[in-house]
Ligand binder design. Structure first.
Ligand SMILES: CC(C)(COP(=O)(O)OP(=O)(O)OC[C@H]1O[C@@H](n2cnc3c(N)ncnc32)[C@H](O)[C@@H]1OP(=O)(O)O)[C@@H](O)C(=O)NCCC(=O)NCCS
Length: 154
């Protein structure tokens, strides 16, 4: 059953591991609108250390987030992960679903004993992450073809 974005309180949700391939159906419309599927493939998507989480509403995938073991030299911790490609389908945004996905991810990273989570956040998403306790570090920078980003971490 396709869940209506205006009536999600009657839907049940779950967060589970998905494949890199599965993320592309969400990455494409949300993060790479109008671009081909090949542009949705990130380097490292299929590494053994990478994992992808999907948020399902009534069995329909509506959100994704990818986590890659990636060291940023700015940080000193041994076990660092980078969040990439966090996206909720447009009709389902601003309903608290991104928060659910972020919380589930955080639990998994804690279980994995990851010492540092960091990511390059799009300017429009900075407020969302700040409301969840993350902070920006340094000056904004531009990722070609995508826009202005901020390095963020806990
Ligand atoms: C950023 C993103 C992942 C957040 O997911 P989301 O499902 O919209 O997140 P939430 O609904 O939990 O929170 C978003 C906002 O909606 C608000 N909100 C949550 N439930 C709400 C409700 N029932 N009614 C109204 N607003 C609500 C939250 O307070 C939050 O406000 P804030 O942005 O000022 O902090 C999502 O909007 C998205 O995919 N954006 C486009 C792609 C993108 O920018 N991805 C991030 C790349 S770094």
């Amino acid at each position: 059953m396709i869940v209506n974005a205006n009536n999600i309180e009657h839907a049940y949700y779950k967060v589970q591991l998905i494949s890199a391939q599965d993320t592309y159906t969400i990455r494409q419309p949300v993060l790479r609108a109008g671009k081909p599927i090949k542009d949705c493939v990130f380097e490292g998507d299929n590494l053994k250390t990478t994992f992808h989480l999907g948020l399902f509403l009534n069995e329909n995938l509506i959100g994704v987030a990818s986590y890659m073991k990636n060291t940023n030299v700015i940080f000193s911790e041994d076990t660092q992960y980078q969040l990439r490609g966090m996206a909720i389908l447009e009709d389902y945004q601003k309903k608290g679903l991104g928060t659910l996905l972020l919380q589930a991810s955080k639990e998994k990273l804690t279980q994995m004993k990851v010492d540092r989570l960091w990511f390059n956040a799009r300017e429009i998403a900075v407020k969302f992450y700040k409301n969840h306790g993350y902070k920006t570090i340094g000056e904004p920078f531009t990722i070609e073809g995508v826009g202005i980003h901020f390095l963020m971490t806990e």
